[in-house]
Design a protein. Structure first.
Length: 365
């Protein structure tokens, strides 16, 4: 993610901020500018941009920003929509009369906005689903489980349903331990389930891609229900680490794709943040990994260099976390088989969405 600055006092601000901590200026994400903008409130729903790129232009805060403090994205003042591009994708929110539901909803929306920011950089920002038969749109249902009404997180025909309880740290950690997972976050759920959505879109738009997909991930036509039943009854194959990013990935080619897709997004977002922050890592020894950027990781022409940067960054992140008494930030091993799958994802996106972007090193800071 980029580094953002207040356009009023030039102090650094962050993606989820609603006001500048230094000068108290109002902030909001401008989707059309891909940046956090600074605003002067003229009226309650009429804010003037202080962004030099569109100074004086009028915006309004998203309805969920103004009424529920559940968003911080802006909408053009002349746009008839009251919701921003992120909130338009939310089809169902939790019942806010249920304890903690408002907090869960806020956390889910925050993670969704972070997920969507990266899709915007990747040029694959989804549009809202028009109806149940619409194959190309996307919608989200955030539901709280009730007695005798469990909620299953998953994807079906462009609708991603998330159990709002996943926004509860204790529930999520207990589930992670029960499932034997190395990693479980709200953002990770969005990235994993979006993999199923983008798989369907790719299959509809580019059916020829399935031949190469099956070479790396296997035949997705295998019975999904039966495959999951066998996985839960018997567990992963003995040598799953040689071919899969996680235990669950070996359950079925769809899950292998979704897990690997999520990790590709993890890599891109983290490396993009390092890139825009001007980070570099100098190796202490010749054979140790180092990290230097010659281009943006998003749309990188030299993906092998991007992979090497990821090794250096993830090693360092894990070591730093251990120094703080925390678990590894990235508790995974990328085998050659997994790396080939990541390369396939990058090649696919380069063909259908991304354009290479090279920046002068002096622009990194």
């Amino acid at each position: 993610m980029k580094v953002f600055y207040c356009h009023n006092c030039h102090h650094e601000v962050f993606f989820n901020n609603t006001f500048c901590q230094n000068c108290n200026a109002l902030l909001g994400y401008q989707v059309n500018r891909k940046t956090i903008g600074t605003f002067d409130r003229i009226e309650e729903l009429k804010w003037k941009s202080l962004n030099p790129d569109d100074a004086g232009e009028l915006y309004k805060p998203c309805y969920n920003y103004h009424h529920h403090h559940a968003c911080n994205w802006m909408v053009s003042a002349d746009d008839p929509n009251i919701y921003c591009e992120s909130c338009r994708l939310t089809h169902t929110i939790p019942d806010l009369s249920i304890n903690n539901s408002t907090m869960y909803w806020h956390r889910l929306e925050q993670a969704k906005r972070r997920f969507l920011y990266l899709t915007q950089q990747l040029n694959i920002f989804p549009r809202p689903k028009k109806n149940d038969q619409d194959r190309y749109g996307l919608r989200f249902n955030f539901l709280v489980p009730l007695p005798n009404q469990p909620v299953m997180t998953g994807h079906h025909m462009g609708t991603i349903t998330l159990n709002a309880s996943e926004a509860d740290v204790v529930h999520r950690e207990k589930t992670r331990l029960d499932m034997g997972e190395n990693y479980r976050t709200v953002l990770g759920h969005f990235r994993h389930e979006s993999g199923h959505y983008y798989f369907d879109v790719m299959t509809y738009l580019y059916p020829d891609w399935l031949e190469e997909f099956r070479y790396f991930f296997g035949d997705e036509r295998l019975d999904y229900g039966q495959a999951l039943q066998e996985y839960y009854e018997n567990g992963p194959i003995m040598n799953w680490q040689e071919f899969y990013i996680s235990r669950y990935a070996c359950a079925h080619p769809w899950e292998d794709w979704a897990e690997t897709w999520a990790h590709y997004l993890h890599m891109m977002d983290t490396l993009d943040t390092a890139y825009h922050s001007g980070l570099c890592i100098e190796a202490n020894r010749k054979n140790d990994p180092d990290m230097h950027f010659k281009e943006s990781p998003i749309g990188s022409v030299d993906f092998e260099h991007t992979i090497n940067n990821w090794f250096a960054l993830s090693y360092s992140l894990n070591a730093l976390n251990r120094s703080m008494g925390l678990g590894d930030a990235y508790p995974f091993t990328l085998s050659n088989g997994v790396l080939d799958k990541l390369r396939f994802i990058h090649r696919t996106l380069m063909k259908v969405a991304l354009k290479p972007e090279t920046r002068n090193p002096s622009e990194l800071i």
